[in-house]
Design a protein around this ligand. Structure first.
Ligand code: AMP
Ligand code: MG
Length: 352
């Protein structure tokens, strides 16, 4: 009832606003032209609705995590090494005086440093990944994106999945309460989520996809098109967990009682929107990480400070990252991710 009244008030005011606003033309915000000419499309009323929802999403994410005892830290942007587990994307290297430095593809290594000091940390972390050119067609890959990236000590990946579920529920509820008019304006019929979210092991996910004719491997990450297919089979967010050993970065922890299986997970959005979150327990021992680096063909010399840190000892931890633009895209029901960010960088496209 409260919503209804508010809605009526909004309709009256929106209509008044609309009548005094210049017509922006029929720009297709999902087109690549809209990315190249952002200085024009940023003025589109739809962009304003989306960015208002995004502001609420960021507020809700932060408030939720603070209530759970997390403290916000500033994310690094450059450093001697960064996350190698980025699924076919390339890292960016800059010249830092006499030393080559990486632009952060994710701050995973730094989160492990921080939890020696605080039990629960998070950051709004900017990431750069030169994604393959063909990823421009997925509508969910950007070269520059942001994650709310968090880490907590002495917890399990089951606890992390519970946290991810509660976090998404809280964000959706608050967006529905506070951005009712924006969702209405976007034509998005967002429904309350229904926990507990379904959970599939990686093996079960692969079996389900194979039964529908998809070519999917038991020892690799699920390819983009199959991810969309699996996501389309669901009406609620869901988890895939227990990924195979070599499919992920050296930092995801192998289950000591089930060799070859990682204690990690992804959360996927429903309705074909695909991956939302990746997370897992960390391999935090020096010898364990060295072994995994060898297995995945990574040169330990590139991770000098990180390995030295592990040698001195860091606590066991678990963490995950949720992409802010993908979350905005799903909540707003947008066709492409570049409608969910003010200044998008789409693979291969030169834009402001
Ligand atoms: P990852 O470390 O690759 O699992 O990334 C963590 C999260 O960041 C993902 O679950 C997505 O929500 C988001 N993400 C990863 N890559 C991209 C990208 N290229 N564009 C936009 N969001 C991304
Ligand atoms: Mg991932």
């Amino acid at each position: 009832m409260k919503f209804r009244k508010f809605h009526m008030f909004f309709r009256k005011n929106l209509m008044r606003r609309e009548s005094t606003q210049p017509i922006m033309g029929q720009q297709n915000l999902g087109s690549l032209e809209s990315v190249r000419q952002r200085y024009q499309t940023i003025k589109h009323p739809t962009m304003k609705l989306v960015l208002t929802v995004q502001d609420q999403i960021l507020t809700s994410l932060r408030e939720f995590l603070r209530k759970k005892g997390f403290i916000e830290i500033l994310a690094p942007i450059i450093g001697p090494a960064t996350d190698p587990g980025i699924r076919g994307a390339k890292q960016v290297t800059i010249q830092y005086y006499d030393t080559p430095f990486k632009v952060m593809s994710s701050m995973i290594l730094y989160k492990q440093m921080m939890i020696s000091s605080f039990d629960k940390v998070f950051a709004l972390s900017p990431n750069i990944r030169l994604e393959p050119l063909e990823s421009a067609k997925t509508g969910r890959h950007l070269v520059e994106f942001r994650q709310i990236d968090l880490e907590m000590v002495h917890a399990t990946y089951n606890e992390a999945m519970h946290l991810a579920e509660a976090l998404l529920l809280s964000v959706v509820r608050e967006v529905m309460e506070n951005c009712y008019e924006e969702l209405e304006g976007l034509g998005r019929d967002l429904r309350e989520l229904n926990p507990p979210f379904p959970r599939l092991t990686h093996k079960e996910a692969v079996e389900r996809l194979r039964s529908k004719g998809h070519v999917v491997s038991y020892v690799e990450e699920i390819p983009w098109d199959a991810e969309v297919a699996l996501s389309s089979m669901h009406q609620c967010a869901f988890f895939i967990y227990d990924y195979p050993l070599v499919s992920r970065g050296f930092y995801d922890r192998e289950d000591p009682n089930r060799p070859g299986i990682l204690r990690d997970f992804d959360m996927l959005y429903p309705e074909g929107f695909g991956e939302a979150i990746s997370g897992g327990e960390r391999e935090h021992t020096y010898t364990g990480v060295l072994k995994r680096m060898k297995l995945t063909g990574i040169d330990p010399a590139e991770y000098e400070w990180y390995l030295q840190m592990l040698k001195e000892g860091v606590p066991h931890s678990v963490g995950f990252g949720i992409g802010v633009e993908r979350l905005t895209r799903w909540i707003c029901g947008l066709k492409t991710i570049w409608e969910a960010v003010p200044f998008p960088k789409v693979p291969g496209i030169v834009s402001p």
